[in-house]
Structure formats: C-alpha cells, structure tokens
Design a protein around this ligand. Structure first.
Ligand code: M6R
Length: 593
C-alpha cells in the first residue's frame, strides 16, 4: 500500500523519482506527490489521481534531492490536500502505513498549538517529528524516539528544512536502499530500483538510513552500522511490459516458464521442500488469493499427509482463539511477505511457540525473515494487482509439500512418484496449450452481465473461489462462488434465464454430484461454462461452453485448471476497457489492517 521513492545524487532527482513512482503505482494510485530541494527551500507538488496527473503540474525544474509518494488512501479521501508529501514546521515526509494512535496524538499537538490542513494520520506523524525535533534539535535522536511515540506501521522518508539529506526509518512497512555511481535510491519495492542497480540493502526495523549526495549510512541505537548488500535475481524486463498489453497478461503467460524453473530448482534441492510430517496439526493463514491457495494446500496435505489442516483468513485468525500448540505448524502464505494481517498472525503463532513456515515470493520480506523456515515460490516480480503466477506457484509449493509427505508415508509409491514427477514436468507444456485457446469469444458472451456464479466441489470449489475473485477484482462484475451442493440451500433463487454459471469439474471422486448441481442450474436457464477433466464423460446438454483439461494427478491438475479462469477474467475486463493492472480501490500489497 502506497509507493515511496527517494533519490539523492548527481542526476536530476525529479524524473528519477517520477519514474520510480510509476513502477510502484501498483501499490496505490489515487493521488501522488513529490517534494524536492530548490535553492535552500523545499518545493512540494501533489495532485489527485494517477502520476500522469502529477506530471502535468511539473515544470522543467531540476534538483538533486527528491522524495515522492503514490497513495492508497486510508485516512481521508483521495484529494490533493490529503496527498503526500506533508509538511509541518521544519519537516516534510512521505509515509506508507497507518499511525493507529493518530487521534490521540493530534489532540495533544493541537493543544500545543499545531494546526492541520489534511485528514491524514501522516500529517500528524509529521507534526510529531517536528515537535520532537524542536525539543531535541537532533535529527537522529528525533527519529529514534518515534518508535516510542507512534503506534502502527510506517515507512517514512523525511526531509528537514536546510538539510540536503533524506532520512528514513520504518516499522512494518518495507523499504529498500541502493546506490550506483550516479547517486542513492530509496524505494518501497524492487521495480523502482531495478533500472539502476541489482544490489540493495533492506532497512530493518529500528534502523535509520541517512541518504546523502554521496553515500548511504545506517544507524542503530545511535551507532553507525554496516549492512549486508543483497542482490536481486530479477532482470529489468521483469518489471516491463515487453510487448504485452498488460502485466496481468504477461504474468499469466510467464507461468509455464516459471513453473519449469521452480521444478528444476526444487527437484534439485528437494530438502528445501520442508518435511512437515512431525506436526500434529497445521494451520494455513493468509489473505485473498493466498488464502485460496491455502485451501488447496489443506486438501492435498490432508489427502497425502494425513495431518489435520485448517485454513484461516489472517484478519480473523489474529483475533481468534486458535488453540495453537507447540505441535502446530502455522504456514503463512503471502506473495509480498508484507501483508499486515498475515504478519500479525505469524507473530501470534510465534508467541504461542508454534512452528512457522513462510511460503513467500518476495525475498527478504518480513514474513520470509521472521518465519522459522521459508520456502520461496520464485515467481519473479509480480506487478499486476491481480495475482496469477504467484498464486499458481503457491499452489505448486503446497503440491510439492504434499507429494513429499505422500512419498514419506507410503501413500505415493516410488513408481507413482516418478509418474507424478513426469506430470509436473509436463505442466508447462499443457499450460501452453491452454494459453492458446480463444477466450475473447467466450468473454464476449459474459462481459455485459451483472452477476456470475462459480460452482465446484472440493478442490474444484477452491479453484472456483480464485477464478471468481480474479473476475470480480478486475472486471467489477458481481461474482459469487458456491460449493456446488450448497446452491439449492438458497442461492439457486438467483439463477435465471441466461445467468452465467462457471463450473470446474476435475475431481473424479465427486464428478457426478457436481454434474447434478450443474444440471439444476441449467434447468433454470443458466448459461454454463464448463471446465472439465478430459476423460470425464459429461452430457453435452449440461453446458453451453466447454474447456477441457488434460488428465493429471490431483497434485498437478490445479495449476492447469486455474489458467482458463485467469484468462477469462482478463479478457472480460479487457472487453470492458478497464485498467486491468490497477483495479479501482485496490493495491498490490496490503500493509495495513
Ligand atoms: O501479498 P499477499 O499474497 O499476502 O496478498 C494477499 C492478497 O492481498 C492478494 O492475494 C489479493 O487477494 C490479490 N490481489 C488477488 O488477486
């Protein structure tokens, strides 16, 4: 949530910061702003809307030092006044996160004579910094005090008037710093830095980064510290469209290649797929699509590992009685590794002395660093807000965990293990076939609809949940998913002549039951799009449109069955002419509660 970019160096900082913000726009895009040093003064320019709106207000000024922000509103509507940077007294800041005790702090500051222009928690944080600085007259001491005063999460870039350094600190929200011969860079995420260097530092909580014209310094507890440099494994093209109309389409199409790389790496290093057989129960905790991946994880772990597994939405888990014991393994699933509720659940699990395993994409993210063990899903840089390739690799990770359990406890024989391994390696090939089908004409039949229903059972139900989320988040069509057998307990009253119903039928054990439920909708006029396992014989009268998926083990087929639903969602949104990579009201990583 919210993108932050700063630069201090030999080049003109303004275009560098604007370019960086554009590559971070997936983190929030309702308003944007920049502050830069100009002849001993700080100039602040901000605007409602996308960064292109901000650009219209920029002249050809230049500066060596600038900070910028692209916002996902939390406090106050997305307008110019609430946009960052904020300035109070001698302090100018941009902020990612939420200051939870801002009302209390604001009252105190008002009684001390401060006035506020915006509705934001950030302006309050800015006034806090200014007031502490007025007392201490020491910038480092001021920033160090923040952790005692501010509750919540923050990543700040701070400018002080009459000082050409950028100061930075964080709690919860991520920040990375990097240098090259042209200067020094600070950003919320990798894509902003990628055009300049592949080496970077991660700012840890409790540390302060000071970025001047020539160097970056890190301070902890008042002392300068040395930090380890990390290296991105990404190429610049990962953060570029390279001919695709949207990042979502690019990322869907990257799946065969990414899966192949994942398989090569983890079959070479099979011990990195952790053996989780010693645990008595497993809790999988995540949000959104990661939660949907977890549901498939539950199905496969229970089937092949015979370990009781439950899946929880992180924002619920963190406030529930979960009966976590030392014998529990809590698996945190997160693409970004920075989702606030998932981090809070991880910390809760650790307090309860459970084992913790992160299934994470972003290397060095909070969940990756704080979990006892981590499996990286190696999906590369995912830019589109709607996740596709990261979801698929999360499911694949669960699949390999279950495969390992199945081999260990004899539920998968050596012979079957080899066959399944071949199927894993055939997945890229099969996905490539699915990618080539015509989704545009399918999409043209439903893109004008107001409501769509997805139905399936067991693993197919979990896939439907993900397909439906994909569709609604980027096409804004109301879409609901039901366990197929549940439909007749109320929802079937919504099925009318022409209502689109998407169904997945790959689970052979329950196929006939699902087909009966499909028929119930068909009898009420539904327009059925069926995604089915090739070998299943289903009467033609049951569906209007058909997509067939090659037969594979249930350990492998989910990564294939999801692809048509991703593409259907994409083409529906594209026909509606929507901003697919940046759907309204959303942001890529949800670093606030
Ligand atoms: O970074 P995370 O995997 O923790 O994010 C979790 C959800 O916010 C995320 O999967 C969200 O649901 C996606 N935008 C859905 O496409």
């Amino acid at each position: 949530m919210c993108g932050i970019m700063g630069y201090n160096g030999k080049q003109n900082a303004i275009p560098i910061v604007i370019k960086g913000l554009k590559s971070l726009e997936y983190r929030g895009y309702d308003s944007a702003g920049i502050a830069y040093l100009k002849d001993e003064n700080v100039k602040i320019i901000k605007e409602k809307g996308r960064i292109t709106e901000l650009e219209k207000l920029l002249d050809d000024d230049s500066s060596n030092t600038a900070i910028g922000h692209t916002r996902w509103a939390t406090h106050g509507s997305p307008n110019r006044i609430n946009a960052h940077p904020h300035n109070v007294g001698d302090v100018i800041i941009v902020h990612n996160g939420i200051i939870e005790n801002y009302s209390e702090l604001k009252e105190k500051l008002i009684s001390n004579g401060y006035t506020f222009k915006s509705e934001t928690d950030t302006e309050v944080a800015c006034a806090v910094i200014d007031s502490i600085y007025k007392e201490t007259n020491d910038k480092i001491k001021t920033i160090e005090k923040l952790k005692d005063v501010l509750k919540g999460s923050y990543a700040f870039l701070i400018l002080f008037k009459n000082d050409n350094k950028i100061y930075t600190t964080r709690c919860g929200s991520p920040l990375i710093l990097a240098s090259n011969i042209d200067g020094n860079y600070i950003a919320s995420d990798i894509p902003a830095i990628l055009p300049y260097t592949k080496e970077y530092y991660l700012l840890d909580e409790g540390e302060i980064g000071i970025v001047d014209f020539e160097k970056i310094e890190f301070i902890k507890n008042g002392n300068i510290i040395k930090k380890e440099k990390l290296t991105f494994n990404f190429s610049v093209s990962e953060a570029e469209l390279v001919g695709y109309k949207h990042f979502m389409l690019k990322e869907i199409n990257e799946q065969p290649h990414i899966i192949k790389e994942f398989l090569d790496y983890y079959f070479e290093n099979f011990d990195l797929i952790k053996d989780i057989s010693k645990y008595k129960k497993i809790h999988i905790v995540a949000c959104g699509s990661a939660y949907h991946a977890g549901l498939i994880g539950k199905y496969l772990i229970e089937k092949y590992g015979h370990i009781e597994t439950n899946v929880y939405i992180a924002s619920e888990y963190r406030y529930s009685d979960n009966f976590i014991t030392k014998d529990t393994l809590v698996i945190l699933v997160s693409q970004s590794g920075e989702t606030a509720d998932t981090i809070a659940s991880l910390r809760l699990a650790k307090e309860c002395k459970a084992g913790t395993l992160g299934i994470v994409n972003v290397v060095g993210s909070t969940i990756a660093r704080e979990s006892d063990e981590v499996i990286y899903i190696n999906a590369g840089c995912e830019i589109a807000v709607a996740t596709t390739k990261a979801y698929t690799n999360q499911v694949l990770t669960f699949s390999l965990l279950a495969y390992k359990l199945g081999i260990k406890n004899g539920l998968i024989s050596n012979e079957d293990a080899l066959e399944i391994k071949k199927e894993y390696y055939n997945l890229p090939n099969e996905i490539n076939k699915i990618l080539k089908l015509d989704y545009k004409s399918l999409a043209s039949k439903i893109y004008k609809q107001n409501d769509i229903f997805f139905i399936g059972r067991l693993i197919d139900y979990y896939l439907c949940l993900e397909g439906s989320l994909k569709l609604k988040e980027i096409s804004y069509i109301h879409s609901e998913t039901y366990a197929a057998g549940e439909l007749k307990h109320g929802t079937i009253s919504l099925i009318d002549e022409g209502t689109p119903v998407v169904s997945i039928v790959t689970d052979t054990s329950i196929c006939e039951k699902t087909v009966s439920n499909i028929n119930e909708t068909k009898a009420r006029g539904a327009n059925v799009i069926l995604v089915k396992r090739k070998s299943l014989v289903i009467d033609e009268t049951c569906y209007d449109e058909l997509i067939e998926i090659t037969d594979m083990s249930d350990l492998v087929i989910p990564m294939l069955s999801i692809v048509p639903l991703q593409l259907l969602a994409y083409h529906v949104a594209d026909l509606k002419g929507l901003d697919i990579d940046k759907p309204k009201n959303l942001a890529k990583s949800v670093t606030v509660e």
